[in-house]
Design a protein around this ligand. Structure first.
Ligand code: ATP
Ligand code: MG
Length: 324
């Protein structure tokens, strides 16, 4: 069995961050807390300075707060062996603090790519992405890592828990990666496991948990650092319908109780319909969709979650803009 010293856990968490930008990274402590004293030099680069928002949302012309996410003129083009592949171009998006937004769309539409760009895991080809007042499109890799740790909790279709560590250690890892001592980190992790209803599973390794439990642990790990944003890429995609409904219930509750702004990519239109807003990414454009009832009334219960059992109709195109 591997030893689970704080140093080993911290290194493992850092390695995980460095290994691939698409794997989960969680933030450790709220920006108001004294991270400086607790964070190690590697995990606490110079803080990113907030950038001013651009365009009509700057200031508060109508006394409305600026959006927490403001995307302007976004382009993402991959160069591939067969030439340039442009996923979107001139894409605008605004999301207000407290919104729970679903992004739907066909496979390959670019949903994950968009989520990665919003969460500073991937860089756009052009455009600005103000996220929590920081233009994440301009961050260096080190700044982006610091930003992610501070502001964003990620959940993925697959839990990416580290198999050799217990549930409690997995949840504690983002805290230790930022320099919190192991006893305190484990205590905070235990509190979070209680919050997701798994206080009696703290000593279980991921392989000793059900799929739904693994995803609940992943949620606790994503939120242990009190991020402002929760970004979830098909968080229920690997679960049966009943379990997907329960995990979504939990996401909804955590979203509300922790004052989160949440963006969820999903293929499950019933679950998407429970969000405050649904955006459909199609042919490089974001359309605001409204749900068309299918006669099913059980969308809020555990039976919710049969993929594609609902239907979304475009609520109107506005030149690729999906401003809040
Ligand atoms: N690094 C890359 N280089 C080149 N093409 C890429 C790269 N990453 C993704 N793509 C392409 O970009 C397109 C969008 O990918 P993305 O993963 O964002 O789709 P998605 O909407 O999340 O799909 P799914 O619903 O299947 O997860 C795909 O056609 C994919 O092949
Ligand atoms: Mg995807």
């Amino acid at each position: 069995m591997k030893q689970t010293t704080p140093a080993a856990a911290s290194q493992q968490a850092r390695n995980q961050d460095a290994r691939t930008a698409r794997e989960p990274v969680s933030r450790v402590q709220g920006p108001q807390q004294s991270d400086q004293a607790q964070a190690g030099p590697q995990s606490n680069p110079a803080p990113v300075q907030p950038d001013s928002l651009q365009g009509s949302q700057q200031g508060s012309q109508q006394d409305s707060p600026p959006p927490i996410i403001q995307v302007r003129n976004l382009e993402k083009t991959y160069s591939t062996a067969r030439g340039a592949l442009t996923l979107f171009q001139g894409l605008d998006l605004e999301i207000q603090a407290g919104e729970m937004v679903a992004i739907v769309g066909q496979s390959g539409a670019g949903k994950s790519t968009l989520l990665h760009i919003l969460g500073a895991l991937d860089a756009p080809t052009a455009g600005s992405v103000h996220c929590a007042s920081v233009n994440v499109a301009r961050l260096s890799e080190r700044q982006a890592a610091e930003f992610r740790n501070r502001e964003i909790g990620y959940v993925w279709q697959f839990h990416y828990l580290l198999p050799e560590f217990t549930a409690r250690e997995n949840v504690a890892m983002p805290l230790m990666a930022r320099g919190l001592r192991k006893p305190e980190a484990l205590e905070a992790a235990a509190n979070w496991l209680r919050e997701v209803g798994l206080e009696d599973r703290g000593d279980h390794r991921p392989g000793e948990l059900s799929g739904g439990e693994q995803q609940r642990v992943a949620l606790a790990r994503a939120l242990v650092n009190n991020p402002r944003l929760l970004l979830a890429d098909e968080p229920t995609g690997d679960l049966d319908a009943a379990t997907a409904g329960l995990v979504f219930d939990l996401i909804e509750r955590l979203h509300a109780t922790h004052g989160l702004t949440s963006i969820l990519v999903t293929h499950n239109l019933d679950l998407a319909a429970r969000c405050t807003r649904t955006l459909r990414l199609e042919a490089g454009r974001l359309e605001t969709g409204r749900r068309v009832e299918t006669g099913k009334q059980e969308a809020r219960g555990p039976e919710a979650g049969r993929p594609e059992s609902g239907r979304l109709e475009p609520g109107g195109r506005d030149g690729g803009t999906a401003a809040g």
